[in-house]
Design a protein around this ligand. Sequence first.
Ligand code: ASP
Ligand code: MG
Length: 406
Amino acid sequence: MLGLIVQKFGGSSVASMDKIKNVAARVKAERDRGNQVVVVVSAMGDTTDELIEMAQKAGRNLSDREMDALLATGEQQSAALLALTLQNSGYDAISLTGWQAGISTRGTYSRAQISRIEPDRVVKELDAGKVVVIAGFQGINPDGDITTLGRGGSDTTAVALAAVLDASMCDIFTDVNGVYTADPRLVTNARKLAQVSYDEMLELASLGAVVLQPRAVELAKLYGVRVQVRSSFSLEKGTIILEVEEMETTGIITGVAHDRNVAKLALFDVPDRPGIARTVFKSLASQDINVDMIVQSANRNEHNDISFTITRNDLPRALKVVERVYQEIGAGGFTHGENVAKVSIVGAGMQSNPGVAADMFEALADEDINIEMISTSEIKVSCVVQSQDIERAVQILHQKFKLDQV
Ligand code: ASP
Ligand code: MG
């Protein structure tokens, strides 16, 4: 035995029986190389969305428990169908649900977290020479009820299993062939990255270049799981996600990410005293509204302005909160804007290179693109700009930092 490989196939890779046969061929090739193989599958195509739509016909009151029981069936179908396909081409295979595979969860329905995996059954079947096909996106909570791991949760199932089984690689097969320096739909000469660090991937994922559930990347980083994002439909290598120290080369900037799903809110003439930020952001947090960038202006006459960004879908709920809170804190007023988007440059090499942010601002200024908000971390700089400028912003930053060149 060479080792153990975890292969995860997303919904588009298992969308029909023809595609499942293609998946079986990928599994067989790995098996023929002498590796043990654990496969994690998503539900076929848009099955999860279709199940949600069907449930909505039951009425408006949809309990989380039953929704999870329903949605978990999608992955069970594809797991059993893949096992059947493998068996019919002469390969010993067995499908397991999340709980049969020993996956325990904690937390709320619909976005539970994996708390523990007891892989005895999986190991037993592997040792018996079988390909083990596991239904992604699901587990069982301490009450013995079925839970799901949040949309895209099969990625997390795969990485968690790879960690517990000490797999040499976790291959995530999807409909793109890797992680790019920018969205190829916007930037024609965007380049596929051979490697990207966990931290860069986390920034890229949270910045809207989602190819992996962020939780899966966090787990991979925590347990040092090597993850490869690659295409189900081609044999070429994908992008390997690993620790920055293990990377062959690190440029200053790795990629340009953008996010259109942004809205901006600003509170004016907020009294400058302790507890104000707490009141505003606690109120938002209590409504489960995620705040991204926050900017507080300099104090003028004991007052300042506080602006922040959120996910655009949360805007109606955030406005309700702000309408109530601005009076409570004695602010002068508030505004909001929906026609904004966020562009970010990400790169592990940025930490040791001063002037990167200035280069970004210069590139935007040269194009007459106004920056409305700025935020930075050790490995990224983000700017909020007008929505209509976002494509151009991504393109000129890609060019400025010469990301088409290795
Ligand atoms: N089927 C679930 C979803 O669509 C989980 C997954 O695909 O990873 O979100
Ligand atoms: Mg899916």
